[in-house]
Design a protein around this ligand. Structure first.
Ligand SMILES: *[C@@H]1O[C@H](CO)[C@@H](O)[C@H](O)[C@H]1NC(C)=O
Ligand SMILES: *[C@@H]1O[C@H](CO)[C@@H](O)[C@H](O)[C@H]1NC(C)=O
Ligand SMILES: *[C@@H]1O[C@H](CO)[C@@H](O)[C@H](O)[C@H]1NC(C)=O
Ligand SMILES: *[C@@H]1O[C@H](CO)[C@@H](O)[C@H](O)[C@H]1NC(C)=O
Ligand SMILES: *[C@@H]1O[C@H](CO)[C@@H](O)[C@H](O)[C@H]1NC(C)=O
Ligand SMILES: *[C@@H]1O[C@H](CO)[C@@H](O)[C@H](O)[C@H]1NC(C)=O
Ligand SMILES: *[C@@H]1O[C@H](CO)[C@@H](O)[C@H](O)[C@H]1NC(C)=O
Ligand SMILES: *[C@@H]1O[C@H](CO)[C@@H](O)[C@H](O)[C@H]1NC(C)=O
Ligand SMILES: *[C@@H]1O[C@H](CO)[C@@H](O)[C@H](O)[C@H]1NC(C)=O
Ligand SMILES: *[C@@H]1O[C@H](CO)[C@@H](O)[C@H](O)[C@H]1NC(C)=O
Ligand SMILES: *[C@@H]1O[C@H](CO)[C@@H](O)[C@H](O)[C@H]1NC(C)=O
Ligand SMILES: CC(=O)N[C@H]1CO[C@H](CO)[C@@H](O)[C@@H]1O
Length: 715
């Protein structure tokens, strides 16, 4: 999506009359949502004499990038926040009461919103600081210092620290995997007896311990870090997610000592039991929609705030402690625990195609900077960008005889993964030199991987140029708009190839969603005016998005892929709304939006062939429709965007035995699902009075106002 800085950059360009996205549209402002026509509509589904086309098999997919804590603090299964103090650094000098040097204050020099000791609190009389004299690895130079005073033994209360999770930790009956690195301070711990540790899940409110595990007393390695793993077998369900993970010492054993900790990790059960895998409940919600592809890893998040800080795939593989964290494009550090290999395993586990986005030489400036970094438009400058993409593809798909294929095997996956689609950059119309960069990367990649389908992230958005998209390649187009925008584009893809001379180019609607209510100007305001901005997908959003999707479905030769964006939102920290799924630490709080249910319904009845429908009576608006067929069934999708029901008569050329259906509707089109009202609007079965053809073979039904329906006619 557009970042704020991207928008600022665009506005400044517009200010000097240079460039900007074209808005080739006329909005009708007298919304179609009220005072709609009640004229009857009569349809014929031409199962015998009509045209048919194979439907696009991958039409419904999922867009992912780490935004709104969708990755870290979201679908990535790590339950602890700030596990490795990424982005924190320290200043050190003498501290009263302690011998030697210590930390006097913490700062984060990279980004002002870095984590520092966010998410931790001491247990008992313990002081927590950051330290960089005992780095865990080059990638993780800053660690947690846990100072236990000499008089800690005055109390029998444990000493140590707690992590508060991503705004809480769900505690349910399951086995949790704990791991961390520990290192004792040689000077302070000289007279060290053996020390053990207790790791426990406990209430953040009462301190009650739900479950714990003892790490046996031992003399810790004093010349290197020790990696500790343990399991907590929990049998209780905590009343809420206001819980912590505590790592504590017995004060009599640990008084006067200092320990360093890093890479402090807790995983519950993961989706399909992958190690370092996905948060199970959220992954199951996504899997339930059966998306056919995953676009990853971004989005803006691939671009970085600078060329140097972009998503570098090779920094996201291998042992977690060796992965470089980076300041993501959405104002928080990314651990890269959800890295290249984890994305590939995600698509493997959900039987999805990969739409792998590669870096294309364009990076966003940071939010304050307001401008961007772009590679010079020369082959010489761009060669390293091409090389890194080729290496990435070798890592994903190469045999174990190749350098990177062997690395993949070393990391546990000898079988090559399939990469079906490669997207060259992200929203590169913001860049001045994408025509060069795209062609250079396309030519280089296509020569090495001719079977991959390549996607351009720009076509005609920048008034300065139009991308010449090669035959067989695709265009990824993005739309954050008003309901009317989508409704008016019901027929946008009809004849698009012919009218634009893109006969062999197909389309990926890579990001879209209804972002604001209809306004007089029709111009979307990304600065979140609360009176206009839609924070949670409403029924009106799904109605408009559904009409647009019907237009995609009836052009299966043009539109091959689509994905709503963004997809996942942590309620405790987000930058962009609306999203398909909203959640917090508690799986019981997850809310599937109306737009999610629309996608699920349309995907489930996608069919293998589109079928022609003619209208003997009535026309589009307020009803919109489209038909598809599977072996033995014909599906008719009908959307009523109006405020009145419309009498519908349906005839099929083929003999049919029964009809049934599923509907999404609500009296208020501005209704939406939210916490405590999560299932206000969901798909429900239709209860039809007549489920068989009348004497003349047709079937009559009143399409309710504000409704999305799939009818299934069994032949
Ligand atoms: C409804 O539409 C009709 C025909 O377009 C118009 O005459 C009438 O004034 C409208 N009613 C309202 C309440 O807008
Ligand atoms: C905590 O330790 C400090 C430093 O030794 C000591 O001054 C203080 O009294 C202790 N506080 C408690 C509550 O034990
Ligand atoms: C845990 O309790 C502390 C107060 O001790 C509070 O600041 C923090 O927000 C709580 N954690 C959560 C997840 O609510
Ligand atoms: C958790 O409990 C703490 C301490 O009572 C309170 O400050 C905090 O608001 C609670 N957090 C949530 C998410 O309920
Ligand atoms: C330190 O421990 C790490 C693993 O935790 C290991 O990879 C490394 O070789 C060790 N270094 C030395 C010098 O023993
Ligand atoms: C491309 O696909 C064809 C047909 O499946 C296959 O023979 C060929 O080896 C593939 N080429 C590459 C480079 O993968
Ligand atoms: C398409 O090509 C034809 C013939 O070359 C040309 O007349 C027409 O202007 C082109 N249309 C567009 C939209 O480029
Ligand atoms: C099939 O594709 C052709 C060519 O794009 C189009 O004219 C026709 O409307 C399509 N029919 C269906 C039912 O998709
Ligand atoms: C129609 O009924 C069948 C059998 O119960 C069911 O599997 C299918 O999901 C229903 N179709 C729709 C569109 O609801
Ligand atoms: C739940 O949402 C529905 C649909 O918008 C609305 O009619 C109902 O009033 C809501 N209920 C509550 C308790 O907010
Ligand atoms: C049909 O009946 C079922 C069972 O009573 C109910 O759950 C469902 O909401 C009804 N559907 C509609 C569209 O009212
Ligand atoms: C940049 C941004 O959008 N920050 C927001 C992140 O989410 C929190 C919690 O919703 C907001 O308070 C911030 O403004």
């Amino acid at each position: 999506m557009l970042t704020l800085s991207g928008t600022v950059a665009l506005l400044s360009l517009l200010g000097t009359a240079v460039a900007g996205p074209k808005r080739p549209r006329q909005l009708s402002h007298d919304g179609p949502f009220t005072n709609s026509s009640t004229a009857p509509v009569s349809l014929n589904i031409l199962t015998k004499t009509g045209t048919r086309n194979a439907t696009a098999p991958y039409l419904y997919g999922w867009m992912f990038e780490d935004i709104n804590h969708s990755g870290d603090g979201g679908i990535y299964g790590e339950l602890l926040t700030n596990r490795a103090f990424d982005g924190s650094t320290v200043t050190w000098s003498a501290l009263g009461g302690f011998s030697g040097s210590s930390i006097t204050w913490q700062e984060n020099t990279c980004e002002a919103y870095g984590p520092v000791i966010t998410g931790y609190k001491p247990v008992g009389n313990t002081t927590l600081r950051l330290d960089n004299l005992h780095p865990l690895t080059y990638a993780h130079p800053t660690v947690l210092e846990v100072d236990i005073p000499t008089n800690a033994n005055d109390s029998t209360d444990p000493v140590g620290f707690q992590n508060m999770g991503w705004w809480g930790i769900p505690v349910t009956p399951q086995t949790y995997n704990v791991s961390f690195f520990i290192y004792p301070d040689q000077v302070r711990n000289r007279a060290v007896p053996k020390t053990g540790l207790t790791v426990s899940l406990q209430s953040n409110i009462t301190g009650e311990v739900w479950a714990s595990v003892e790490i046996p007393a031992q003399s810790w390695n004093v010349v290197n870090w020790t990696y500790v793993t343990a399991q907590i077998v929990n049998t209780v369900t905590a009343p809420d997610t206001n819980n912590t993970l505590a790592i504590t010492f017995d004060p009599s054993a640990a008084q006067g000592q200092t320990y360093y900790f890093d890479q402090i990790s807790l995983f519950g059960e993961t989706f399909k039991d992958y190690a370092n895998g996905l948060r199970k409940d959220l992954a199951e919600s996504i899997y339930d929609l059966k998306p056919r592809f995953l676009r990853w890893p971004g989005g803006n998040n691939i671009e970085g705030y600078s060329i140097q800080r972009r998503w570098k795939w090779w920094e996201t593989i291998g042992p977690l402690q060796d992965r470089w964290p980076r300041p993501g494009n959405w104002e928080y550090y990314n651990t890269n625990g959800l890295g290249l290999m984890e994305f590939l395993q995600w698509t493997e586990a959900m039987e999805m195609e990969n739409v792998l986005a590669i870096y294309a030489g364009y990076s966003l400036g940071d939010a304050g900077e307001g401008n961007a970094d772009e590679y010079p438009a020369t082959a010489e400058a761009m060669y390293p960008v091409l090389k890194e993409a080729l290496d990435e593809l070798e890592f994903c798909t190469g045999s174990t005889d190749t350098y990177w294929g062997a690395k993949r095997a070393e990391y546990g996956h000898p079988e090559p993964f399939d990469i079906t689609f490669v997207e060259i950059g992200n929203e590169d119309w913001f860049g001045l030199d994408y025509p060069f960069r795209f062609k250079y990367l396309y030519d280089g990649l296509k020569a090495a991987y001719p079977n991959i389908t390549y996607i351009s992230t720009a076509y005609d958005e920048n008034t300065l140029y139009t991308i010449d998209i090669p035959a067989g390649a695709m265009w990824d187009t993005h739309h954050y708009e008003e309901p009317n925008f989508f409704i008016e584009r019901f027929d946008y893809w009809d004849n698009w190839q012919e009218t634009t001379n893109n006969t062999d180019v197909t389309v990926f609607i890579g990001e879209y969603s209804v972002l604001q209510v209809n306004t007089a100007s029709g111009i979307v305001d990304f600065t979140d005016p609360p009176d206009k901005h839609i924070f949670y997908p409403r029924l009106i959003s799904a109605l408009a998005e559904g009409v647009y999707l019907l237009g995609a479905e009836r052009n299966p030769n043009v539109v091959k892929l689509s994905s709503y964006a963004p997809s996942l939102q942590n309620w405790n920290w987000y930058n962009w709304t609306p999203n398909l799924i909203a959640f917090d630490a508690d799986p019981l709080h997850t809310v599937l939006s109306v737009s999610f249910y629309l996608q699920k319904l349309f995907n489930a009845y996608h069919g293998t062939e589109s079928v022609e429908v003619t209208n003997a009576e009535g026309d589009f608006n307020p009803l919109y429709w489209g038909a598809a067929a599977d072996e033995g069934s014909v599906y008719l999708k009908v959307i009523n965007i109006g405020n009145s029901s419309v009498p519908l008569s349906v005839g099929l050329e083929s003999a049919w035995t029964s009809v049934n259906g599923t509907i999404i509707t609500n009296p208020d089109p501005n209704g939406y699902n939210y916490k405590n009202n999560a299932t206000a609007i969901t798909p429900v079965p239709l209860n039809l009075t007549s489920t068989t053809p009348s004497g003349n073979g047709s079937w009559e039904w009143n399409v309710p106002a504000y409704s999305i329906t799939v009818l299934q006619f069994d032949l």
